[in-house]
Design a protein around this ligand. Structure first.
Ligand SMILES: [Zn+2]
Length: 299
C-alpha cells in the first residue's frame, strides 16, 4: 500500500469511527446530528474523492503494462538522427506570455544521487513552480525526499529514465554513455521508471527526458506512443551542474517568453542554487513568472 492510499484508508477509518460514535446504524436515534456535523462529513468525503484520484489502481497499472507490450509489438522505421534536438522533441512552451518553465533533473547513479536542498528550499520560499525529472536510481536513493516533493503542488514529477541512458534503436553514445540499442530496451528505459513513479505517487508522468537528453527520432515516436511527450530545453541553465554561479545567471537571463530551462537538483556541491537564486529574482523583476509545462502546449 502506497503512502497516499494509506492516507485515504486513514480518512475512511476516521469517517467510520465518526459515524458509529454519532449515530446508530439505522440513523433513527441520530436526531442530535446537526448541519455542522454534516458539513464536516461532506468535506471529509470530498477530500477522500480527491485523494482517491491519486490512489494506485491495479487497472490503471495494468493499462500501462499492456501499453508497453502493445508498443513493443509495433514496427518502427530505422532512425537517421541522434541528438538533443531531433524531430518531435519539445523545447519551448507555445506562447508569447512572459512565462518560463524550470525543469530540474535528478539523474541518480554513483555521482548523481545527491539532493540540492538549498535550491529546492529557495523555490519553496519564493513560491516558484518547477517540473522535476527524476531517474529511477535517484528515486531509490532519495525516496523520502522524493515522496515529500511529489506531494508539494509547486512541483510535478516527470520521468528521467530508469538507467539514465540516451535513447536509440541502434547502439550509439552521448557524453561517453552508451545508449539503448533495441526497441524493448527503449521501452524498458521509459516504462520501468514510469511504473515506479506511478506505484509511489499514483500519478502518471506526462513528460520524458532521457539521460544525457539525446535521442534518435524513433525513440521520440516510441515515447509518444507510450503516452509521453519528450521535453528538452532552449536554455541550458547549469551545464550539467558544472557552471559557476556567474555562468548560471548569464545563461538563465537569456530566457525568452516560453523558454524551458534545464537545471539539476542532484548536485548540492555545485553552484547551481546560488546562480538560480540570483537569476530567478532578476527574471521576476523583469515581469516573468514560472509555470508548469502542463499549463501550455509545447513545441
Ligand atoms: Zn540526467
Amino acid at each position: 500500500m502506497g503512502k497516499r492510499s494509506g492516507v485515504v484508508y486513514l480518512f475512511m477509518v476516521l469517517l467510520m469511527v465518526g459515524c458509529t460514535s454519532n449515530s446508530s446504524i439505522s440513523g433513527v436515534s441520530n436526531e442530535k446530528s446537526n448541519i455542522e456535523e454534516n458539513k464536516v462529513e461532506t468535506k471529509e468525503i470530498e477530500e477522500i474523492t480527491e485523494l482517491e484520484e491519486q490512489e494506485i489502481v491495479p487497472e490503471k497499472r495494468n493499462e500501462l503494462e499492456k501499453l508497453a507490450v502493445e508498443v513493443n509489438g509495433k514496427v518502427y522505421e530505422e532512425s537517421s538522427q541522434f541528438s538533443e534536438y531531433v524531430s518531435g522533441v519539445k523545447t519551448r512552451l507555445n506562447t508569447d506570455d512572459k512565462v518560463i518553465s524550470l525543469t530540474l533533473d535528478a539523474c541518480g547513479g554513483e555521482f548523481g544521487s545527491g539532493y540540492d536542498n538549498d535550491l529546492i528550499s529557495f523555490l519553496i520560499e519564493q513560491n516558484i513552480k518547477a517540473d522535476l525529472f527524476v531517474n529511477a536510481r535517484w528515486v531509490e536513493a532519495q525516496y523520502d525526499t522524493f515522496m515529500e516533493l511529489s506531494q508539494n503542488p509547486l512541483f510535478t514529477i516527470q520521468n528521467h529514465g530508469t538507467e539514465h541512458k540516451p535513447l536509440s534503436l541502434t547502439p550509439r553514445s552521448a557524453w561517453g554513455i552508451s545508449s539503448t540499442s533495441t526497441q524493448s530496451e527503449i521501452i524498458d528505459e521509459i516504462m520501468e521508471n514510469q511504473l515506479k513513479i506511478y506505484d509511489a505517487t499514483g500519478t502518471i508522468p506526462k513528460y520524458f527526458r532521457s539521460g544525457t537528453a539525446f535521442y534518435d527520432e524513433t525513440s521520440v515516436e516510441i515515447a509518444e506512443d507510450l503516452g509521453l511527450q519528450v521535453v528538452n530545453f532552449d536554455v541550458i541553465g547549469d551545464g550539467g551542474a558544472t557552471f559557476t554561479k556567474g555562468e548560471v545567471v548569464q545563461e538563465m537571463l537569456k530566457a525568452q517568453p516560453g523558454s524551458i530551462v534545464i537545471l539539476h537538483m542532484n548536485q548540492p556541491d555545485s553552484e547551481t542554487a546560488e546562480g538560480v537564486k540570483e537569476a530567478v529574482l532578476s527574471l521576476l523583476e523583469q515581469g516573468f513568472s514560472f509555470v508548469h509545462l502542463q499549463e501550455y502546449e509545447l513545441h
